[in-house]
Design a protein around this ligand. Structure first.
Ligand SMILES: [Zn+2]
Length: 475
């Protein structure tokens, strides 16, 4: 069945799709008005491909990547995808040279060569750099949605899940999303296609936009912190301390990495955190930095990686006397994600320098360590009540050692379960931690508190051994 009005096609689609078999059903749009093509909306026309490629070249020149290849992804207008199916059903006589090739494939093929020339990057199916080009045309959005709503009312039923997925417009009506369209396309048959006003041409060329995105880079390591006035991250600074830009472990570690790799964003993930006034000593605390959309990753190629990571370590360690990193390693995403797992199993070793208002007898100090491991219950500490849920948490103190310094001062060394609030374990937090060290040394009438606290060890093999070995072999 053919419509009375001819189907407007650009010269490319007339040749590739319609061919001889379609010549009586179409009208070929003028070269300068190739956007009037009802099939490709002008996207396939050489002049438009040129325009897009030039814009991609300019875009890439303003923010270059040191990549050698890229993957191309195209976001085509939903109206265009719908028309491809309608035209296939409506004009079975079309026999152009590429009539059987899906439109998306024709598009990719048409763009790859030009984009390769423009960008100097090799198109491939395996690259860490993805270029997404989004084409937009909303001429038919309303009429297409209305057409499909009438044909497939069930697909447009409003639902809680759809609202959550943001698939509804402001009126509470479901939008025509790509996924929803795919569900319906297969059910567009000859009969339905014959009722679609496919001979209407777009009124203007498509708008287009680019997004280059590189796979994130993950660099793991361990950090030590030698300051008692440095927060782990800007937002972990306590409320009464002023926020100083750059004054945090995360910024001191991520800064030189972001600079070298040209990432647009970084995320610092550590295995737990110490308070601002607590030092992190020993082999340091495990961390991993997510570096998003890096411009330069060539320095992390296997043959240069060891050298680069060691230069990074030096740069970080030189830039601050308060922070030192070690064991830097490049990880895959899968391995990087392991850091957040099994938090509860990690043991931590602390040394606390304590003060007691009452003089303390050596024998009492010794007696306090009699029960090991020691099981305690901690209610959410007063000092974090505002930001944490109220819970009763059982925790284990695996080992406990005490050492007198003078009548009022002593050292405590303890190995604890992850998540134990150490300060509260020592002073008791107004009876919210039971038993506390203050309870154990019978300090009812006086007070015990921590003067200085250090984390000596965080028990976790990190970075995972196999990644380190691999790098050593490459050395
Ligand atoms: Zn066309």
């Amino acid at each position: 069945m053919t419509s009375a009005a001819p189907l407007p096609l650009c010269s490319v689609c007339a040749r590739q799709s319609a061919g001889e078999g379609g010549k009586d059903s179409i009208r070929v749009a003028a070269e300068e008005a190739s956007f009037e093509c009802a099939l490709c909306f002008g996207i396939l026309h050489p002049s438009f491909i040129d325009e897009v490629s030039k814009a991609a070249e300019a875009h890439l020149a303003s923010c270059p990547y040191d990549a050698t290849s890229f993957i191309l992804a195209l976001n085509l207008p939903t109206s265009q995808t719908l028309r491809e199916q309608i035209i296939k059903k409506r004009f079975p006589s079309f026999n152009g040279i590429l009539a059987d090739i899906p439109f998306k494939v024709r598009n990719i093929n048409a763009y790859l060569n030009k984009l390769q020339q423009a960008s100097g990057l090799r198109p491939t199916l395996m690259s860490d750099l993805q270029l997404t080009i989004t084409f937009e045309n909303d001429d038919f959005l309303e009429t297409d949605t209305e057409f499909l709503r009438r044909a497939f009312p069930h697909e447009f039923r409003s639902g809680k899940k759809r609202r959550q997925n943001g698939e509804e417009n402001g009126n509470g009506e479901p939008e025509l999303t790509k996924n929803r369209l795919q569900n319906m396309l297969g059910r567009v048959d000859e009969k339905l296609a014959s009722t679609f006003p496919v001979e209407k041409a777009p009124s203007r060329p498509c708008k287009f936009s680019f997004a280059f995105e590189r796979d994130p880079v993950y660099i793991a390591g361990r950090y030590c912190k030698y300051s008692r006035s440095l927060p782990q991250s800007p937002w972990s600074a306590e409320e009464d301390t002023p926020l100083i830009p750059g004054h945090s472990v995360s910024e001191k570690v991520t800064g030189p990495m972001a600079k070298l790799l040209g990432s647009t964003e970084t995320r610092f993930v550590a295995s737990g955190r110490e308070d601002i006034d607590v030092r992190m000593l020993g082999e340091g605390r495990p961390f991993v930095v997510h570096l998003i959309n890096c411009r330069n990753t060539q320095t992390l190629r296997p043959d240069r990686r060891v050298e680069t990571l060691s230069a990074l370590r030096e740069a970080i360690n030189k830039s601050s006397v308060d922070v030192a990193v070690s064991e830097l390693a490049l990880l895959s995403r899968e391995v990087a994600e392991q850091l957040s797992m099994g938090q509860e199993d990690k043991k931590k070793l602390y040394t606390a320098y304590c003060y007691s208002t009452l003089p303390i007898d050596n024998a009492v100090l010794k007696a306090a360590t009699r029960t090991q491991p020691l099981e305690i219950i901690q209610k959410t500490p007063v000092r974090v009540m505002k930001r944490r849920a109220l819970l009763d948490r059982p925790r284990s103190i695996y080992t406990l050692e005490t050492m007198p310094v003078d009548e009022h001062h002593f050292l405590v060394r303890m190995e604890t379960q992850a998540g134990t609030y150490i300060k509260e374990f020592v002073h008791g937090d107004f009876g919210r931690t039971r038993p506390s060290l203050a309870d154990l040394i019978g300090c009812e009438k006086g007070e015990v508190d921590i003067v200085e606290l250090d984390v000596e060890r965080v028990d976790l093999v990190w970075p995972p051994v196999d990644t380190r070995k691999k790098d050593e072999k490459k050395k």
